[in-house]
Design a binder for this molecule. Structure first.
Ligand code: NAD
Length: 405
């Protein structure tokens, strides 16, 4: 787990560089996690929910929301895997570390089992370690959530390091994009990916590693009969298709869907389990803020969905996924490609028509007026624990927070 014992009091302020924030606030991250726990609790118990859950990519974004929903919606025991920087004397930890520390404290306060592994989920060593831990502590898992988003993967069998890219395939792509740090709209042209870049992106963000995980868990005898596994996918509006859905990342997602079919067949053979891919809504996360064009789309989308009254964040998305598709005596409703569509509200025709209408009109000057860019920036800072109500950011805070409660 990684206990950090020393105390280092610091005033921590955001230091944003492009689409990342170099600092994170422990008390703010804890408040952000608590907001999500409170939301899940406010929605009531998710009936016949998961009992023992493994979340791969559990410290931020959709994976963290999945862990919170399983624990605080269904009282599940959770194991989480993530790759985060612990705090040191010189540097605060990454947000995912502080989120996980806060999650552990909140789970312990309610007597909920939680154990985390900080390291490379792509490695064989991590898989062996987690299988061992499941066997020792909870016997078997009945839900595996695969929610990794990473720019690179060292392949465990070849040792080769693959880097993912966000590029179109076979064509240049020109579109409006948003510098989220400066609040400036400009035009971006992205050249087509090479065959090697496509293959590398599939190696990082495709389904092979999810398959390796399910294989390791199955061979280790730690999958309960009827296990469910789910991985997350994105499709989005036509305007981003050239750079996302029809680009390198889209290829990776096709591979992820193919992996789901293979895992599903394996699970069905071994005791009636199921593998699903859930297509989720575009939201501000550390991963999505790095995608060209997407932050502009999200700023418009938030505005339009708030106007309609059906805007959701990661926790609302995952709570709805669990409550209306995976558990509560429900069966997942699948589209014609076999995918769960929890992006259904995002993709409603009137929402998309309104986004399309606003899109060409956005300039640096009217950005804050006709889109929800202010909230985009607020949500971005919240990912790092900044701007949370009730947190005094002028107070010193101990940055040496450990994962052990
Ligand atoms: P995120 O950046 O918030 O979370 C990524 C997680 O992966 C973190 O817990 C991180 O620690 C972990 N991680 C990264 N590399 C790792 C490694 N080598 N070993 C162990 N852990 C590692 O990302 P997110 O936006 O929540 O994305 C999760 C999934 O959801 C992705 O498949 C993404 O495509 C999908 N998705 C995202 C959106 C969106 O708008 N953000 C929409 C739909 C689907």
């Amino acid at each position: 787990m990684g206990g950090v014992r020393r105390v280092r009091l610091m005033i921590i302020k955001p230091r944003v560089r492009g689409f990342i924030c170099l600092t994170a606030h422990p008390a703010g991250c804890a408040a952000h996690v608590q907001e999500q726990i409170d939301y899940v609790k406010s929605k009531g118990v998710i009936g016949n929910g998961p009992r023992n859950v493994l979340v791969i990519g559990a410290s931020t974004g959709y994976g963290l929301a999945s862990r919170i929903t399983a624990s605080f919606g269904s009282g599940a025991r959770t194991m989480g895997v993530f790759f985060e920087r612990p705090p040191s004397e010189k540097k605060c930890a990454t947000a995912g570390w502080y989120n996980s520390a806060a999650f552990h404290r909140a789970a312990a306060a309610e007597g909920l089992y939680a154990r985390s592994f900080n390291g490379d989920a792509f490695s064989d060593e991590m898989k062996v370690q987690v299988v061992e831990a499941i066997r020792e502590d909870i016997g078997q898992v009945d839900l595996v959530v695969y929610s990794l988003a990473s720019p690179r993967r060292q392949h465990p069998r070849t040792g080769e390091t693959h880097k993912s890219v966000l590029k179109p395939i076979g064509q240049h792509y020109t579109a409006s994009t948003l510098d989220t740090d400066k609040g400036a709209v400009s035009e971006v042209t992205i050249g087509p990916a090479t065959e090697q870049e496509i293959a590398d992106t599939v190696a990082v963000m495709g389904g092979e590693d999810w398959g390796f995980w399910m294989e390791a868990l199955d061979e280790g005898g730690v999958l309960a009969p009827g296990t469910t596994t789910v991985a997350y996918d994105y499709i989005g509006p036509e305007v981003t298709w050239p750079v996302y859905t029809n680009g390198t990342m889209g290829r990776a997602k096709i591979d992820l869907r193919e992996a789901a079919r293979q895992i599903d067949a394996r699970l069905k053979e071994n005791g009636n389990g199921r593998a699903y891919v859930s297509v989720n809504k575009a939201l501000v996360t550390q991963a999505s803020s790095a995608i060209p064009v997407v932050p502009l789309y999200i700023s418009i989308l938030y505005r339009v969905m708030k106007e309609k009254g059906n805007h959701e964040g990661t926790i609302e998305q995952i709570q709805r996924l669990f409550a209306t598709h995976l558990y509560n005596s429900r069966e997942p409703q699948l589209d014609d490609k076999g995918l769960i569509r929890i992006d259904d509200w995002e993709m409603e025709p009137d929402i998309q028509a309104r986004v399309k209408e606003i899109w060409p009109r956005v300039t640096s000057e009217n950005l804050r007026e006709i889109t929800d860019f202010d909230n985009y920036q607020e949500e971005f800072l919240k990912l790092f624990g900044f701007g949370l109500p009730g947190v005094d950011y002028d107070q010193e805070v101990d940055q040496m927070v450990g994962l052990d409660p």
